[in-house]
Design a protein around this ligand. Structure first.
Ligand code: 5GP
Length: 210
């Protein structure tokens, strides 16, 4: 009797979107409300913002530490964004897989392309703001960047929309309604967990085929 689908290799859920789209709030709500999901804590050389804590939002490293990890092959992927390093640590991935959880990676478009090239079981979601105006307003209101950094983030944001075609899903994050985007992401994850892959086909073959 087959009551449960056999356990599969953990799913990687890559979520990207221009700075100011509200990714962090959406992902925080998503992971807090679903214990089968783990947030992949990236390493960065960007200074912490006032509401960020080391080991929760990021692992905050200096350049020397980050570059040593690059040289020792410690990253699954890494990029330079706005003059700072950001990267997904292999050790984070390994410990999450051991716990049998699916992993949510909040990474930029270039990191997402690197994950795509790894040939692992993953899905990708691009989060859209309602408009460029709203994106700019959100970025200006949060007051976390200097004027020049903000202009740079806006320029980068505009260039990132060209990568939507490389993602599997694209959803809108409306203003002031995190729950709507979270619900849509949950639906996507549910569907992805039912996907047919080689591991599932092997299990079906062992259970049902002579
Ligand atoms: P922020 O400084 O706003 O926290 O992040 C800047 C950008 O870096 C965002 O687009 C965010 O998704 C991306 N980012 C954060 N961590 C990583 C990472 O580990 N790898 C990559 N490729 N991008 C990251």
């Amino acid at each position: 009797m087959w009551n449960n689908r056999p356990s599969q290799q953990g799913l990687f859920i890559v979520i990207s979107g221009p700075s100011g789209t509200g990714k962090t709030s959406v992902i925080r709500e998503l992971c807090e409300s679903d214990t089968t999901l783990a947030f992949s804590i990236s390493a960065t050389t960007r200074p912490p913002r006032s509401d960020e804590a080391d080991g929760i939002d990021y692992y905050f490293l200096d350049e020397t530490e980050f570059e040593a990890l690059i040289n020792s092959g410690g990253f699954l992927e890494w990029v330079k964004y706005g003059g700072h390093y950001y990267g997904t640590l292999k050790s984070t991935i390994e410990s999450t897989i051991e716990k049998g959880k699916d992993l949510v990676l909040e990474i930029d478009v270039h990191g997402a392309m690197k994950v795509k090239d790894l040939g692992i079981r993953y899905t990708s979601i691009f989060l859209l703001p309602p408009s460029l105006e709203s994106l700019e307003k959100r970025l200006r209101n949060r007051k976390t960047e200097s004027d020049s950094e903000l202009e740079q983030r806006l320029l980068t944001a505009k260039s990132e929309f060209a990568y939507v075609k490389d993602y599997k899903y694209c959803i809108l994050n409306p203003d002031h309604n995190v729950k709507e985007a979270v619900t849509q992401i949950r639906h996507i994850i549910s569907a992805e967990r039912c996907r047919i892959d080689d591991q599932l086909l092997d299990a079906i073959s062992q259970e049902f085929c002579c």
